[in-house]
Design a protein around this ligand. Structure first.
Ligand SMILES: N=CN[C@@H](CCC(=O)O)C(=O)O
Ligand SMILES: [Zn+2]
Length: 412
Protein backbone atom coordinates (compact mmCIF):
# COMPACT_ATOMS: atom_id res chain seq x y z
CA UNK A 1 0.00 0.00 0.00
CA UNK A 2 1.33 3.45 -0.97
CA UNK A 3 0.15 6.48 0.97
CA UNK A 4 0.64 10.17 0.27
CA UNK A 5 -0.10 12.48 3.19
CA UNK A 6 -0.68 16.03 1.95
CA UNK A 7 -1.30 19.52 3.38
CA UNK A 8 0.28 18.56 6.70
CA UNK A 9 0.11 21.63 8.93
CA UNK A 10 3.45 20.66 10.50
CA UNK A 11 5.58 17.53 10.05
CA UNK A 12 7.62 16.92 13.22
CA UNK A 13 10.99 15.31 13.84
CA UNK A 14 12.22 15.63 10.25
CA UNK A 15 15.86 14.56 10.09
CA UNK A 16 17.75 13.84 6.88
CA UNK A 17 20.53 12.21 8.90
CA UNK A 18 19.12 11.21 12.22
CA UNK A 19 21.51 10.94 15.19
CA UNK A 20 21.36 7.72 17.23
CA UNK A 21 20.35 9.69 20.33
CA UNK A 22 20.05 13.26 21.57
CA UNK A 23 21.69 14.59 24.73
CA UNK A 24 21.46 17.75 26.83
CA UNK A 25 20.86 20.92 24.78
CA UNK A 26 20.35 18.89 21.57
CA UNK A 27 17.03 17.78 23.04
CA UNK A 28 15.66 21.32 22.82
CA UNK A 29 15.66 21.19 19.00
CA UNK A 30 12.72 19.61 17.20
CA UNK A 31 13.17 20.09 13.43
CA UNK A 32 9.88 20.48 11.53
CA UNK A 33 8.50 21.24 8.06
CA UNK A 34 5.38 23.39 7.75
CA UNK A 35 2.76 22.77 5.01
CA UNK A 36 4.36 19.45 4.16
CA UNK A 37 3.78 16.10 2.47
CA UNK A 38 5.19 12.65 3.16
CA UNK A 39 5.11 9.61 0.88
CA UNK A 40 5.05 6.06 2.27
CA UNK A 41 5.78 2.99 0.17
CA UNK A 42 6.60 -0.66 0.99
CA UNK A 43 6.34 0.03 4.71
CA UNK A 44 8.97 2.78 4.75
CA UNK A 45 9.16 6.56 4.46
CA UNK A 46 10.19 7.05 0.86
CA UNK A 47 10.21 10.83 0.61
CA UNK A 48 8.88 14.06 2.10
CA UNK A 49 8.94 17.78 1.42
CA UNK A 50 6.91 20.99 1.41
CA UNK A 51 3.67 21.32 -0.59
CA UNK A 52 5.19 23.91 -2.96
CA UNK A 53 7.55 21.17 -4.13
CA UNK A 54 5.16 18.19 -4.19
CA UNK A 55 6.57 15.41 -6.42
CA UNK A 56 4.56 13.15 -8.74
CA UNK A 57 3.80 9.61 -7.60
CA UNK A 58 1.72 6.78 -9.03
CA UNK A 59 -0.89 4.39 -7.57
CA UNK A 60 -1.34 5.75 -4.11
CA UNK A 61 -4.05 6.65 -1.65
CA UNK A 62 -4.06 10.26 -0.49
CA UNK A 63 -4.76 11.34 3.09
CA UNK A 64 -5.51 15.05 3.38
CA UNK A 65 -3.97 16.32 6.63
CA UNK A 66 -5.21 19.92 6.52
CA UNK A 67 -4.96 21.47 10.00
CA UNK A 68 -3.31 18.32 11.37
CA UNK A 69 0.17 17.61 12.70
CA UNK A 70 2.09 14.48 11.73
CA UNK A 71 4.87 12.96 13.82
CA UNK A 72 6.70 9.63 14.16
CA UNK A 73 4.91 7.07 16.35
CA UNK A 74 6.02 6.77 19.98
CA UNK A 75 8.82 4.35 20.88
CA UNK A 76 7.97 2.73 24.23
CA UNK A 77 11.21 1.15 25.43
CA UNK A 78 10.00 -0.23 28.79
CA UNK A 79 6.85 -2.29 29.30
CA UNK A 80 5.58 -5.41 31.03
CA UNK A 81 2.62 -5.63 28.63
CA UNK A 82 2.30 -9.43 28.88
CA UNK A 83 0.59 -10.12 32.21
CA UNK A 84 -2.43 -11.96 33.56
CA UNK A 85 -5.45 -10.38 35.25
CA UNK A 86 -4.98 -7.15 37.19
CA UNK A 87 -4.12 -5.83 40.66
CA UNK A 88 -7.09 -3.55 41.13
CA UNK A 89 -7.49 -4.75 44.72
CA UNK A 90 -3.95 -3.54 45.59
CA UNK A 91 -4.84 -0.15 44.08
CA UNK A 92 -7.78 0.08 46.49
CA UNK A 93 -5.56 -1.14 49.36
CA UNK A 94 -3.17 1.73 48.64
CA UNK A 95 -6.04 4.23 48.63
CA UNK A 96 -6.95 2.83 52.05
CA UNK A 97 -3.45 3.51 53.38
CA UNK A 98 -1.16 0.57 52.65
CA UNK A 99 2.09 1.37 50.85
CA UNK A 100 3.34 -0.36 47.66
CA UNK A 101 6.09 -1.91 49.79
CA UNK A 102 3.70 -3.10 52.53
CA UNK A 103 1.51 -4.74 49.91
CA UNK A 104 4.55 -6.55 48.45
CA UNK A 105 5.66 -7.63 51.95
CA UNK A 106 2.18 -9.17 52.50
CA UNK A 107 2.48 -11.41 49.43
CA UNK A 108 1.03 -8.92 46.95
CA UNK A 109 2.98 -7.14 44.25
CA UNK A 110 5.07 -8.95 41.66
CA UNK A 111 4.65 -12.42 43.22
CA UNK A 112 0.86 -11.92 43.18
CA UNK A 113 1.02 -11.28 39.41
CA UNK A 114 3.33 -14.30 39.06
CA UNK A 115 0.80 -16.55 40.78
CA UNK A 116 -1.96 -15.38 38.44
CA UNK A 117 0.24 -15.79 35.37
CA UNK A 118 1.39 -19.28 36.31
CA UNK A 119 -2.30 -20.31 36.48
CA UNK A 120 -3.20 -18.73 33.13
CA UNK A 121 -2.92 -20.70 29.89
CA UNK A 122 -0.65 -19.44 27.12
CA UNK A 123 -3.67 -18.85 24.85
CA UNK A 124 -5.47 -16.77 27.47
CA UNK A 125 -2.31 -14.80 28.26
CA UNK A 126 -1.94 -14.06 24.56
CA UNK A 127 -5.59 -12.98 24.31
CA UNK A 128 -5.33 -10.56 27.25
CA UNK A 129 -2.01 -9.14 26.04
CA UNK A 130 -3.19 -8.69 22.44
CA UNK A 131 -6.07 -6.48 23.65
CA UNK A 132 -3.52 -4.21 25.37
CA UNK A 133 -1.22 -4.18 22.35
CA UNK A 134 -4.06 -3.17 20.02
CA UNK A 135 -5.03 -0.39 22.42
CA UNK A 136 -1.53 1.11 22.59
CA UNK A 137 -1.13 0.95 18.80
CA UNK A 138 -4.30 3.05 18.49
CA UNK A 139 -2.75 5.43 21.03
CA UNK A 140 0.23 5.99 18.72
CA UNK A 141 2.90 3.54 19.86
CA UNK A 142 4.77 2.05 16.90
CA UNK A 143 7.60 0.12 18.61
CA UNK A 144 7.68 -1.46 22.03
CA UNK A 145 9.83 -3.47 24.41
CA UNK A 146 8.16 -6.24 26.47
CA UNK A 147 9.71 -7.90 29.53
CA UNK A 148 9.17 -11.23 31.20
CA UNK A 149 9.33 -11.26 35.01
CA UNK A 150 5.81 -12.25 36.05
CA UNK A 151 6.59 -15.94 35.57
CA UNK A 152 9.40 -16.59 38.05
CA UNK A 153 9.50 -20.30 37.12
CA UNK A 154 11.25 -21.77 34.09
CA UNK A 155 7.95 -22.63 32.39
CA UNK A 156 6.12 -19.41 33.17
CA UNK A 157 9.01 -17.14 32.13
CA UNK A 158 9.22 -19.03 28.82
CA UNK A 159 5.43 -18.78 28.43
CA UNK A 160 5.55 -14.98 28.81
CA UNK A 161 8.33 -14.58 26.28
CA UNK A 162 6.65 -16.93 23.78
CA UNK A 163 3.51 -14.80 24.04
CA UNK A 164 5.57 -11.63 23.40
CA UNK A 165 7.22 -13.29 20.39
CA UNK A 166 3.83 -14.40 19.05
CA UNK A 167 2.54 -10.83 19.33
CA UNK A 168 5.61 -9.73 17.34
CA UNK A 169 4.70 -12.23 14.64
CA UNK A 170 1.00 -11.40 14.47
CA UNK A 171 1.14 -7.59 14.64
CA UNK A 172 2.96 -5.07 12.41
CA UNK A 173 4.51 -3.24 15.39
CA UNK A 174 8.20 -3.90 16.17
CA UNK A 175 8.59 -5.71 19.51
CA UNK A 176 11.84 -6.26 21.43
CA UNK A 177 11.87 -8.75 24.29
CA UNK A 178 13.73 -8.76 27.60
CA UNK A 179 14.33 -11.59 30.05
CA UNK A 180 13.52 -10.28 33.55
CA UNK A 181 13.67 -13.48 35.59
CA UNK A 182 15.29 -11.37 38.35
CA UNK A 183 12.14 -9.32 38.94
CA UNK A 184 11.32 -10.64 42.43
CA UNK A 185 12.22 -13.54 44.66
CA UNK A 186 9.46 -16.16 44.30
CA UNK A 187 7.72 -17.21 47.52
CA UNK A 188 9.24 -20.74 47.39
CA UNK A 189 12.73 -19.15 47.46
CA UNK A 190 11.91 -16.47 50.07
CA UNK A 191 14.83 -17.51 52.27
CA UNK A 192 17.04 -18.79 49.47
CA UNK A 193 17.67 -15.98 47.00
CA UNK A 194 20.92 -17.58 45.81
CA UNK A 195 19.02 -20.79 45.06
CA UNK A 196 16.67 -18.78 42.82
CA UNK A 197 19.61 -17.07 41.13
CA UNK A 198 21.13 -20.53 40.51
CA UNK A 199 17.89 -21.61 38.83
CA UNK A 200 17.79 -18.40 36.82
CA UNK A 201 21.40 -18.69 35.63
CA UNK A 202 21.59 -22.44 35.15
CA UNK A 203 18.16 -23.23 33.74
CA UNK A 204 16.06 -20.23 32.78
CA UNK A 205 18.61 -18.15 30.94
CA UNK A 206 20.10 -21.00 28.84
CA UNK A 207 16.58 -22.04 27.75
CA UNK A 208 15.54 -18.47 26.94
CA UNK A 209 18.72 -18.06 24.90
CA UNK A 210 18.41 -21.42 23.17
CA UNK A 211 14.90 -20.60 21.94
CA UNK A 212 16.01 -17.04 21.06
CA UNK A 213 13.21 -15.60 23.18
CA UNK A 214 15.00 -12.41 24.33
CA UNK A 215 17.45 -9.79 23.11
CA UNK A 216 17.94 -8.09 26.49
CA UNK A 217 18.37 -9.03 30.14
CA UNK A 218 16.94 -7.04 33.04
CA UNK A 219 17.22 -7.12 36.85
CA UNK A 220 15.16 -5.23 39.46
CA UNK A 221 18.13 -3.86 41.42
CA UNK A 222 16.56 -2.57 44.62
CA UNK A 223 16.59 -3.09 48.40
CA UNK A 224 14.46 -6.15 49.18
CA UNK A 225 14.80 -7.47 45.61
CA UNK A 226 18.23 -7.92 43.99
CA UNK A 227 21.49 -6.31 45.15
CA UNK A 228 24.16 -4.82 42.90
CA UNK A 229 26.19 -8.03 43.36
CA UNK A 230 23.14 -10.12 42.33
CA UNK A 231 22.65 -7.91 39.29
CA UNK A 232 26.30 -8.28 38.31
CA UNK A 233 26.00 -12.04 38.56
CA UNK A 234 22.99 -12.03 36.20
CA UNK A 235 24.54 -9.56 33.75
CA UNK A 236 27.82 -11.52 33.74
CA UNK A 237 25.87 -14.68 32.92
CA UNK A 238 23.93 -12.79 30.24
CA UNK A 239 27.19 -11.98 28.45
CA UNK A 240 27.56 -15.67 27.58
CA UNK A 241 24.36 -15.45 25.54
CA UNK A 242 24.86 -11.92 24.15
CA UNK A 243 21.96 -10.66 26.24
CA UNK A 244 22.39 -6.88 26.48
CA UNK A 245 21.51 -5.29 29.86
CA UNK A 246 18.52 -2.96 30.30
CA UNK A 247 17.92 -2.66 34.02
CA UNK A 248 15.49 -1.42 36.69
CA UNK A 249 17.51 0.79 39.07
CA UNK A 250 17.00 3.65 41.57
CA UNK A 251 13.20 3.33 41.86
CA UNK A 252 13.17 3.69 45.64
CA UNK A 253 16.83 3.76 46.67
CA UNK A 254 20.19 4.62 45.16
CA UNK A 255 22.36 1.58 45.87
CA UNK A 256 25.05 1.83 43.18
CA UNK A 257 23.14 0.08 40.39
CA UNK A 258 23.70 2.81 37.83
CA UNK A 259 27.53 2.83 37.99
CA UNK A 260 27.49 -0.95 37.80
CA UNK A 261 25.07 -1.03 34.83
CA UNK A 262 27.23 1.51 32.96
CA UNK A 263 30.26 -0.70 33.64
CA UNK A 264 28.32 -3.55 31.99
CA UNK A 265 27.51 -1.32 28.98
CA UNK A 266 23.79 -1.40 29.69
CA UNK A 267 21.72 -0.09 26.80
CA UNK A 268 19.45 1.64 29.32
CA UNK A 269 18.92 2.25 33.03
CA UNK A 270 15.25 2.69 33.85
CA UNK A 271 13.10 4.28 36.62
CA UNK A 272 15.65 6.67 38.27
CA UNK A 273 13.14 8.29 40.60
CA UNK A 274 15.89 8.61 43.23
CA UNK A 275 19.10 10.06 41.79
CA UNK A 276 22.25 11.26 43.56
CA UNK A 277 24.87 13.52 41.96
CA UNK A 278 27.15 10.43 41.77
CA UNK A 279 24.46 8.60 39.78
CA UNK A 280 24.27 11.50 37.30
CA UNK A 281 28.08 11.57 37.05
CA UNK A 282 28.18 7.82 36.39
CA UNK A 283 26.04 8.31 33.27
CA UNK A 284 28.22 11.05 31.77
CA UNK A 285 30.02 10.07 28.53
CA UNK A 286 28.45 6.61 28.54
CA UNK A 287 26.38 4.85 25.87
CA UNK A 288 23.69 4.04 28.46
CA UNK A 289 20.31 5.76 27.98
CA UNK A 290 18.56 6.91 31.17
CA UNK A 291 14.82 6.15 30.91
CA UNK A 292 12.15 7.92 32.98
CA UNK A 293 8.72 6.38 33.65
CA UNK A 294 6.54 9.28 34.81
CA UNK A 295 3.24 7.35 34.73
CA UNK A 296 4.69 5.07 37.43
CA UNK A 297 5.52 8.09 39.61
CA UNK A 298 1.99 9.39 39.01
CA UNK A 299 0.26 6.12 39.88
CA UNK A 300 2.37 5.30 42.96
CA UNK A 301 2.75 8.92 44.13
CA UNK A 302 6.52 8.56 44.28
CA UNK A 303 9.08 11.18 43.15
CA UNK A 304 9.48 11.91 39.45
CA UNK A 305 12.84 11.26 37.79
CA UNK A 306 14.77 14.57 37.93
CA UNK A 307 14.72 14.83 34.14
CA UNK A 308 15.22 18.60 34.05
CA UNK A 309 18.38 18.31 36.14
CA UNK A 310 19.67 15.38 34.09
CA UNK A 311 19.17 17.09 30.73
CA UNK A 312 20.71 20.30 32.09
CA UNK A 313 23.71 18.19 33.14
CA UNK A 314 24.11 17.21 29.48
CA UNK A 315 22.59 13.71 29.68
CA UNK A 316 20.20 12.15 27.17
CA UNK A 317 16.78 11.05 28.44
CA UNK A 318 14.14 8.66 27.09
CA UNK A 319 10.52 8.36 28.21
CA UNK A 320 8.55 5.10 28.43
CA UNK A 321 5.32 3.86 30.02
CA UNK A 322 6.35 0.91 32.25
CA UNK A 323 2.90 -0.57 31.36
CA UNK A 324 2.31 -3.24 34.07
CA UNK A 325 -0.46 -4.33 36.44
CA UNK A 326 1.13 -3.11 39.69
CA UNK A 327 2.81 0.26 39.33
CA UNK A 328 1.53 1.54 35.96
CA UNK A 329 -1.65 0.06 34.51
CA UNK A 330 -1.45 2.40 31.50
CA UNK A 331 0.36 2.12 28.19
CA UNK A 332 -0.55 5.61 27.04
CA UNK A 333 2.57 7.37 25.74
CA UNK A 334 0.57 10.58 25.17
CA UNK A 335 0.01 10.77 28.92
CA UNK A 336 3.72 10.03 29.50
CA UNK A 337 4.78 12.92 27.24
CA UNK A 338 2.32 15.31 28.91
CA UNK A 339 3.32 14.23 32.43
CA UNK A 340 7.01 14.69 31.60
CA UNK A 341 6.24 18.29 30.64
CA UNK A 342 3.89 18.97 33.55
CA UNK A 343 5.75 17.22 36.38
CA UNK A 344 9.38 16.94 35.18
CA UNK A 345 9.56 20.34 33.45
CA UNK A 346 10.62 19.00 30.07
CA UNK A 347 9.71 21.29 27.17
CA UNK A 348 7.39 19.79 24.52
CA UNK A 349 10.41 19.51 22.19
CA UNK A 350 12.44 17.63 24.81
CA UNK A 351 9.56 15.32 25.67
CA UNK A 352 8.85 14.47 22.02
CA UNK A 353 12.56 13.80 21.40
CA UNK A 354 12.67 11.62 24.53
CA UNK A 355 9.64 9.58 23.41
CA UNK A 356 10.79 9.10 19.80
CA UNK A 357 14.52 9.16 18.94
CA UNK A 358 15.79 8.39 22.45
CA UNK A 359 13.10 5.76 23.02
CA UNK A 360 14.17 4.07 19.80
CA UNK A 361 17.80 4.10 21.00
CA UNK A 362 16.79 2.49 24.32
CA UNK A 363 15.54 -0.57 22.43
CA UNK A 364 18.19 -0.72 19.72
CA UNK A 365 15.92 0.69 17.01
CA UNK A 366 17.63 4.01 16.20
CA UNK A 367 18.32 2.89 12.66
CA UNK A 368 14.67 2.25 11.84
CA UNK A 369 12.42 4.25 14.17
CA UNK A 370 11.97 7.57 15.96
CA UNK A 371 12.16 10.14 13.16
CA UNK A 372 10.91 11.18 9.74
CA UNK A 373 13.93 9.98 7.80
CA UNK A 374 13.98 8.35 4.36
CA UNK A 375 14.15 4.56 4.70
CA UNK A 376 12.84 4.45 8.28
CA UNK A 377 9.62 2.58 9.12
CA UNK A 378 6.45 4.23 7.82
CA UNK A 379 5.16 4.76 11.36
CA UNK A 380 3.21 7.97 11.80
CA UNK A 381 0.71 9.63 14.12
CA UNK A 382 -1.79 11.96 12.44
CA UNK A 383 -3.32 14.29 15.02
CA UNK A 384 -6.75 15.84 14.99
CA UNK A 385 -6.85 19.51 13.99
CA UNK A 386 -4.82 21.24 16.72
CA UNK A 387 -3.26 24.71 17.01
CA UNK A 388 0.37 23.57 17.51
CA UNK A 389 2.43 20.60 18.72
CA UNK A 390 2.73 22.10 22.21
CA UNK A 391 -1.02 21.52 22.45
CA UNK A 392 -0.37 17.74 22.67
CA UNK A 393 1.05 17.84 26.23
CA UNK A 394 -0.99 20.94 27.14
CA UNK A 395 -4.41 19.36 26.55
CA UNK A 396 -3.25 16.29 28.46
CA UNK A 397 -6.62 14.65 28.99
CA UNK A 398 -7.92 14.82 25.42
CA UNK A 399 -7.51 12.19 22.76
CA UNK A 400 -5.86 14.27 20.05
CA UNK A 401 -5.01 11.37 17.72
CA UNK A 402 -6.95 11.12 14.47
CA UNK A 403 -5.20 8.04 13.08
CA UNK A 404 -2.04 5.97 13.33
CA UNK A 405 -0.02 4.36 10.55
CA UNK A 406 2.29 1.45 11.34
CA UNK A 407 4.53 -0.06 8.68
CA UNK A 408 2.61 1.85 6.05
CA UNK A 409 -0.88 0.63 7.03
CA UNK A 410 -3.56 2.46 8.97
CA UNK A 411 -4.25 0.94 12.41
CA UNK A 412 -7.93 0.03 12.71
N1 LIG B 1 9.68 -2.05 39.73
C1 LIG B 1 9.63 -3.15 39.28
N2 LIG B 1 8.79 -3.68 38.38
C2 LIG B 1 7.66 -3.02 37.81
C3 LIG B 1 6.40 -3.12 38.60
C4 LIG B 1 6.19 -4.34 39.28
C5 LIG B 1 4.82 -4.56 39.83
O1 LIG B 1 4.39 -3.89 40.77
O2 LIG B 1 4.17 -5.46 39.27
C6 LIG B 1 7.98 -1.58 37.53
O3 LIG B 1 8.87 -1.37 36.72
O4 LIG B 1 7.38 -0.65 38.09
ZN1 LIG C 1 9.32 -1.88 34.79
Amino acid sequence: MKLLLTNIKELLQVRENCPEKLSGAEMKELPTLKNAWVYLSQGVIEDYGTMDKLKEFQDFKTIDCTGKIVLPTWCDSHTHLVYAGNREQEFVDRINGLSYQEIADNGGGIVNSAKKLQQTSEEELYRQSAIRLEEIMRLGTGAIEIKSGYGLTVDAEMKMLRVAKKLAKEYPIDIKTTFLGAHAIPTEYKDNKDGYLDLLCNEMMPKVAEEKLAEYVDVFCEKGYFSVADMERVLEEGKKYNLIPKVHVNQFNSIGGIASAVKYNALSVDHLEVMTDEDIDALQNSDTMPVALPSCSYFLSIPYTPGRKMIDAGLPLALATDYNPGSTPSGNMNFVVATACIKMRLTPEEAINAATINGAYAMGLSHSHGSITKGKAANLIITKEIPSYGYLPYAFGSNLIDSVIINGSEVQ
